[in-house]
Write a protein that binds this ligand. Structure first.
Ligand code: IPM
Ligand code: MN
Length: 348
């Protein structure tokens, strides 16, 4: 029997609580499928950093690399200056494992609370580039802290990396019923990077005549997302635009507590990483009240991208059942573990 090797990184804050529920779901669904699962826990995050000064060592990276997938909770802690763990752990993993597709689906489950009047039918996936753009840290400052300070932060866009993420997005669009792809950028101002993205989309589109191609500027896209989200199917965009747009997409489909994501190295040269879009939420950490659905949705993505499509679909149905329960029982508060219990029960 082949055994799925998963590295679990609960991380900080509510990451620990929601990951515990996600792991229960992963264990049960693979057990029911008669498939093998091996979990290795990694103590990475604020506590380890504060105790040892280590964030992600080479030995950690080598150990993680021996797994097919990484299940990550959340990183970030008020005791650690902003940016340290984000750059030293999360982004280091995304970059180091060349997870160039940051896949972020937003599906509106009927009955779920939404700030929109007409959220029904929203079913979109943002394919966010994960290794380049403004996230690479290509910048610096001089005369720092003085009135004469100069700071730069340059966006890196290579034809190679844009082409591969665009190709992934087209393949995804071609596999979905709507077969529609929207490039989101700001080509009217960011003419250099925007031109590169536009030309890569035009070139790859030649190979996917069945996919209808659209374009929206990032500012307009934020309006369309609240006024007419059903117009979107697959969105492909750069790292920062994708970061912003996926928070908005989560907000309109029931909130960040539901939003799952995958950081994929599609060729499998490195492990892919699955994580909720939300952060460590220090304000509610330790209370057992965080919604584990985003983490459980990340298990669905983990299964779908590691050869278990039927099991992924079972998790999806269980999440859907929980969403229906919520719609029928408005105002009911449940603990993190109780939501986990309900999802496990729905899997039986
Ligand atoms: C996300 C987060 C991260 C990002 C931060 C924590 C570095 O906001 O996963 O969307 O900007 O990518
Ligand atoms: Mn974000």
């Amino acid at each position: 029997m082949s055994v799925l090797q998963v590295a679990v990184v609960p991380g900080d804050g509510i990451g620990i609580e929601v990951t515990a529920q996600a792991v229960r779901v992963l264990e049960q669904v693979l057990d029911q499928a008669g498939a093998g699962l091996n979990l290795d826990y990694f103590d990475l995050g604020a506590n380890r950093y504060l105790e040892t000064g280590d964030i992600l060592t080479e030995a950690d990276q080598e150990a993680l690399a021996r797994h097919q997938a990484i299940l990550l909770g959340a990183v970030g802690d008020p005791r650690v200056a902003p940016g340290i763990l984000e750059r030293g752990l999360l982004l280091k993993l995304r970059f180091g494992f060349d997870q160039y597709v940051n896949l972020r689906p937003s599906f509106y489950y009927p009955g779920v609370d939404s700030p929109l009047q007409h959220p029904d039918g929203t079913d979109l996936v943002v394919v966010r580039e994960g290794t380049e753009g403004l996230y690479v840290g290509n910048g610096g400052s001089v005369r720092t802290g003085t009135p004469q300070e100069i700071a730069t932060e340059s966006s890196i866009n290579t034809a190679y990396a844009v082409e591969r993420v665009v190709r992934y997005a087209f393949e995804l669009a071609a596999s979905r019923p709507a077969q529609h792809l929207t490039l989101v950028h700001k080509t009217n101002v960011l003419v250099h990077a925007g031109g590169l993205w536009q030309r890569q989309v035009e070139a790859v589109a030649q190979h996917f005549p069945q996919v209808q191609v659209d374009y929206a500027h990032i500012d307009a896209a934020t309006i369309y997302l609240v006024k007419d989200p059903q117009r979107f199917d697959v969105i492909v965009t750069d790292n920062l635009f994708g970061d912003i747009l996926t928070d908005e997409a989560a907000a309109i489909t029931g909130g960040i507590g539901l939003a799952a994501s995958a950081n994929l190295n599609p060729e499998g040269r490195f492990p892919s990483m699955f994580e909720p879009v939300h952060g460590s939420a220090p304000d509610i950490a330790g209370q057992g009240i965080a919604d584990p659905i985003a983490a459980i949705g990340s298990v669905e993505l983990l299964l779908a991208n590691n050869g278990f499509p039927a099991e992924a679909e079972r998790v999806r149905q269980a999440i859907m059942a929980d969403m229906t329960w919520r719609a029928e029982n408005p105002g009911q508060r449940r603990s993190t573990a109780e939501v986990g219990d309900a999802v496990l029960a729905a899997l039986n």
